[in-house]
Write a protein that binds this ligand. Structure first.
Ligand code: NAG
Length: 392
């Protein structure tokens, strides 16, 4: 987390005001709470989060245990940091913890209400979950995506190879991102939606990165709700145009499909967009009869995002670790399938970089991405089939 001055200054100001108001007044009983570090009046433990919040929390939980209480400004926060306790929370207290604390930035244009990830537990959320579990995350659909995934992988290998020949080295994550994006994109739209050559869709990535940067920036309005109306850091204001660009990507594809369907063009096999457009709600408990166009666009944007970010960073980290451990890399090479990143190319680092010099610092986003994108030099393995494939 990038700690920034605005937050520090506002928190400091609140601290001063708070101390003046509270004076020497004793705090009343707070009931039974889990242990946690002592906090300042009003601002509480905000400064305990430090520059890298995930690391500070790990350090604190070593001292205070797997269930810890932090007061972040006016926000009470329970920090759970063991798998067992997390399991118990999800199993036994799922309803109590099902709603999220939502960053102000996400409230732009009511995004948080239409998003499956952020929406409060209720009729709309249950309806979305029903669609996803019965239509999307089913064995059949996942099996059906195998073909897309293989196709997207082959294309990615080709693009990487072209780029490597032009530029000498390639930024691995960029291509993995595009591959993941197209694999999920095919399940939703029945077509490739990004192409590195025509730069189509890259605006989506750029805007998404900008949005994430705004969201993870500490925002005083999240800590002190009474400052929300002020939007002191202009997070919501800056977020608006970015959010609109992001949603407009999926929204234009949804609009295109609606037109196609009106003109009688139908897919042979229903893809996920068809499923969402054809969805019929049961109209119980205020459930709507259909999904609105905007809700579909937001839902799809979220699926694209979720499917891309996590797997991209996982693969990038895995490749990084392999390059740092050449022995393990050789073992992996021996067992991977023929059409894979590792089997197709011989990987090496750019001139001047050695395995021990790879920067393994992380950057907090939706997931923990590498702070420095991994760059590699590629050589085609001599397997005749590869060479033939790439020379086509
Ligand atoms: C669309 O999403 C909103 C939440 O933003 C929800 O309240 C509403 O019921 C949904 N409507 C439709 C038609 O999907």
């Amino acid at each position: 987390m990038e700690w920034n001055w605005t937050v520090a200054i506002w928190a400091g100001a609140c601290l001063v005001i708070g101390s003046l108001i509270l004076g020497k007044k004793k705090k009343g009983s707070q009931g039974r709470r889990p242990p946690g570090p002592p906090g300042w009046p009003i601002i509480g433990n905000i400064f305990d989060l430090g520059v890298d919040a995930h690391q500070s929390l790990a350090t604190l939980s070593r001292k205070y245990g797997p269930v810890m209480w932090l007061q972040l400004g006016a926000t009470n926060t329970l920090v759970v940091s063991s798998a067992e306790v997390a399991m118990e929370m999800f199993k036994k207290h799922d309803l109590a913890i099902s709603d999220r604390a939502i960053n102000e930035g996400f409230k732009t244009d009511g995004y948080d209400q239409a998003s499956m990830v952020l929406a409060p537990y209720g009729t709309f959320w249950r309806m979305m979950r029903r669609i996803y579990t019965t239509e999307l995350f089913t064995n059949n659909r996942i099996k059906a995506t195998e073909e897309f995934r293989t196709k997207s992988m082959d294309k990615m290998l080709e693009w990487m190879w072209k780029d490597a020949q032009e530029k000498g080295s390639v930024e691995v994550a960029r291509f993995i991102e595009i591959m993941n994006f197209n694999a999920i994109g095919n399940a939703i739209f029945s077509k490739d939606i990004v192409d590195p050559i025509f730069n189509r869709g890259t605006e989506f990535f750029t805007s998404t990165t900008q949005a994430l940067e705004l969201i993870i920036q500490p925002n005083v309005a999240d800590f002190f709700p009474w400052l929300r109306w002020l939007d002191p850091q202009r997070v919501k204001k800056k977020m608006k145009p970015i959010m609109r660009r992001i949603i407009s990507f999926s929204s234009s594809l949804v609009k295109e499909r609606i037109l196609d369907r009106e003109n009688g063009k139908r897919n042979e096999k229903k893809d996920f967009l068809d499923v969402m457009l054809d969805f019929q709600g049961n109209q119980l408990d205020g459930e709507s009869a259909k999904l609105s166009e905007r809700n579909i666009s937001v839902g799809i944007q979220e699926l694209l995002q979720a499917a891309t970010d996590t797997s991209t960073s996982t693969i990038e980290w895995a490749m990084t670790e392999l390059l740092r451990n050449p022995k393990i890399m050789r073992k992996v090479e021996a067992v991977t399938a023929s059409s894979s990143l590792i089997h197709t190319f011989e990987w090496s680092l750019e001139d001047g970089t050695t395995p021990d010099k790879i920067n393994v610092n992380e950057k907090l986003g939706l997931t923990l991405r590498k702070a420095d994108p991994l760059k590699v030099v590629l050589k085609l393995r001599s397997a005749a089939e590869n060479v033939a494939k790439m020379d086509q």
